[in-house]
Design a protein around this ligand. Sequence first.
Ligand SMILES: [Zn+2]
Length: 284
Amino acid sequence: MWTTARTPIFDNHIHLRAEFQGVAAAKAFEQAGGTAMLLTHTPYDDVPIRRGDDFAVAYDKTLAMADAVRSTTSLQVFVALGPYPVEFLALREAIGPQPAMEAMRGGIDEAARHIAEGRAIAFGEIGRPHFPVAADAISACNDALEYAMRRARELGCAVVLHTEDPTPQTFAEFAEIASRAGLAADRIVKHHSTPLTRPEDTHGVVPSILAKEDLVKTALRGSPRFLLETDYIDDPRRPGAVLGPATVPRKTRAWLESGVLKEDEAWRIHKDLPERTYRIEFRE
Ligand SMILES: [Zn+2]
C-alpha cells in the first residue's frame, strides 16, 4: 500500500537556510510524508563570492544545514554543491572574465572534493543564467559546465542543471556537452524543467518538474521518467515565489487518490529514477 510509513517520497530540489525556516521546513516535509530530499546549494547573502576559495565557506553552510536536518528528523538528506550560474555574472563584473572563470572552476573543484569524500552526491545547481545574457557569458558558462561534467564523469556522479527553460533542442545541447565530457546523459538532471518527458525530447537527460498538477499531467502523457521538486527557496523576502516544503508529499498523495498518478508511476518517480540517477539507496 502506498500509505505505509516507509514509502519513499523524494523532493529533488529544495533549499533550506538556517536563518529562516531551515529545519522547521524539513519537518513540515517529513510530517506530510516526505522521506528524502536533495538539498541543493545556492548563494548566501552573508557569504559573498569574490574568488574560488570563498565557495568553501558557502558550501560548509549547506553541509551544516544537511547535518542539522539529519540530526532532528528521520529524513535522508542528500546534497548537491556547485557554483550557482548567476553568481558568475556578478563575478565577471567585479574581477573580470578570466579570474571569474577561474573562480567558477575553483567552486567546481571544491564541490568535487566534497563529492569524492561522500558529503555530497552531485554537482548542482550549475549551468547558465535562466534569463537572456550576452553570448560570451553563455559560452563561458557552457565551458564551466563542460568542466564540471568532466569532473562528474571522473567521480561517477550526477550534475543538476540550472538553465533557461528547456526545449527539445536545449536538451539535445545538454546531451551533446555531456557526450563531449564523456558523461552519460542519464546522469544529467534538468532542474525546473518544462514537462517534456518523451525520449525524443529529453535526449536521455532527466527532467525534474515542479510539483504542479498541470505540469505533472502533461509530463505523464510523455512518460513517468521525471523527478518532482518544489524548488523551495526558504527566503522570507520572496514569499510564494516557489512551492512550500510539504508540496511534493501532499500532492503525490492527492494525485494518487484522484487517479492523476498511478502507483507504479509514483514508484518510478520517487524511488527507481532518483536511485538510478544519483546512485543512491533509499532506506526501506
Ligand atoms: Zn534552486
